[in-house]
Design a protein around this ligand. Sequence first.
Ligand SMILES: [Zn+2]
Length: 634
Amino acid sequence: MDSRIFARRTLAAALALFFILYAIAPPTAAQRRKRVPRATARAVKEPPRQRLEGTKHERPPRTFDVLNYTIRTRFEPENRAVIGDETVTLKPLASGFRSFDLDASSMKIEAVTLADSDVALQWTQPPDKLAITLDRAYEPTDTINVRIRYRAMPTKGLYFIQQQTRSGSALTKPAQIWTQGEPEENHYWFPCYDFPDDKATSEQYITTKADEIAISNGALIETTDNPDGTRTFHWKMEQPHSSYLISMVVGNYAKLTDSYKDVPVEYYTYRGTEEEARRAFGKTPEMMRLFSQKLNYEYPFNRYAQTIVANFIFGGMENITSTTQADTEILGNTSRASQQSTENLISHELAHSWFGNLVTCKDWTHAWLNEGFATFMEAVFRENEAGHEAYLEEMRSNTFLYFLEDTYKYRRPIVYDRYRTPIDLFDTTLYKKGALILHMLRETVGDEMFWKAVNKYLTDNRNRTVETSDLQRAFEETTGKSLAWFFDQWVYKAGFPELRVRSLYNARSRTLTLDVAQTQTPDATTPAVFRLPVAIEFVTAQGARTEEIEINQRSQRFTFKLESKPLLIHFDKGERILKKLDFPQPAARVAYKLAHGSDATSVFNAGAWLQRWSAERYRRLATTGRARANVHGI
Ligand SMILES: [Zn+2]
């Protein structure tokens, strides 16, 4: 899912402007006089940090394993109603299995029967549940088919959108019905086990008006024209998947076809926007090729479709084999920044095919395994398109957005079990810090080991659900090294190091002293000491030299032999670690950096950006973004 808080395009433009301003603005006279670079010129006024509030969530106990959902639906758009007939196939996990609950909200249940014998079953409807009592006790060797006939009027999970014609616009958006399952909203339109730690196959028979089509998961088996003038689309997804990935879109759509190897690739768009949609989606097969190569794991499914919808709640959603995209993110993007934002969205959702759909977080506390990877893969696509500097630009933007949330909203560990509703966890920390953690992991173990370990993680856990320890295990087994320290400080603890660095060159002894202090305020979740492998580049008249150090104390002194006074000290060359850096360098060194600006990394300091922000400004942007995203009422 892409649940960015901010309007993507506004943000992309704002960020681009910041980079430009910060990179090109020369130091002011005052800064030169005081020999203080802008990075430390003004202190950020930080309001007291909040926490993400909520109750502790634990994985609900499972008493059964769903094997398959077969869902038959037709609609009464005028009543916003779904008429459903579903068969759930399941196996008990323990003997003496006599009753079970499914998640079900906004539904009037009409009948519950054993599908094979038509024996009526007892049922009740506690809040948000359908509690079914079976005719007898069943054993784990039994397979039970339960048929549920119902009428749903979903307040979430499934949305009826009316046809939209904007005055002065040639574009007519057709009437649509679309679903959004993640995190736990599919049970508003079909009864299910609505939690990610159970994988089942699924099959849908969707009945539409004559001029409409239904787009769903897996393969289209058959389309039937019914005597009453309606049509039924039979879709089947044969690889098991978590129930939140089940989806459908119904509407009068134009279908564009493409391919990656022998995998059909489809784009569904509004009539009259075919050309524009093909341009926007055009790089999809290239992305599938790149990700398959990088991961050394072929695109895992039999088809990949993307469908645009109106009034979408998020940027996009990786429903299995059949991504849903917000039409505003795909159409009408003409500027370079917005085209890049569209590509990021497309690569993000595609990356979920591996991270989220093939291998799925066991519960939402580990959702960074889905979202961190998908956001990281956006940068991997950028890197392939435009080089490593473009990849680093993505990481800088991730850093900045994460700092904004950390400064003005709250700080939390990325694996965190306290929240009000699961969607609370889909924050900037989850997406952006998640991507930064993977970037740091890549820098820590090296590129080759990184991709090898990621491949092992995918291969060992395919079609299964995972938690963070599964990723750690894949990396430790691949590299033969313990990475407990890495996961502990970055994943299970919160925050980031704030480094104060001071340098002194002694011309007589030809030594450079670097004093490094970690100045972050430790608290229950923020470590007092981070372990940080860092590369430092010294540029002298004799040339450049890079030294590797490991920072592992609150305060440390490093000394280096240097032939002459450094023209430049480039701390954390390659931007390997997430940090705020306070390292005032003499104006001559700052000037050298700017003069040799081909390496933009030498002038970047995300901490400095924050000085241009305020709580008020953050709130304004966040509120605008929210207002746009929060369309649950439709
Ligand atoms: Zn996502």
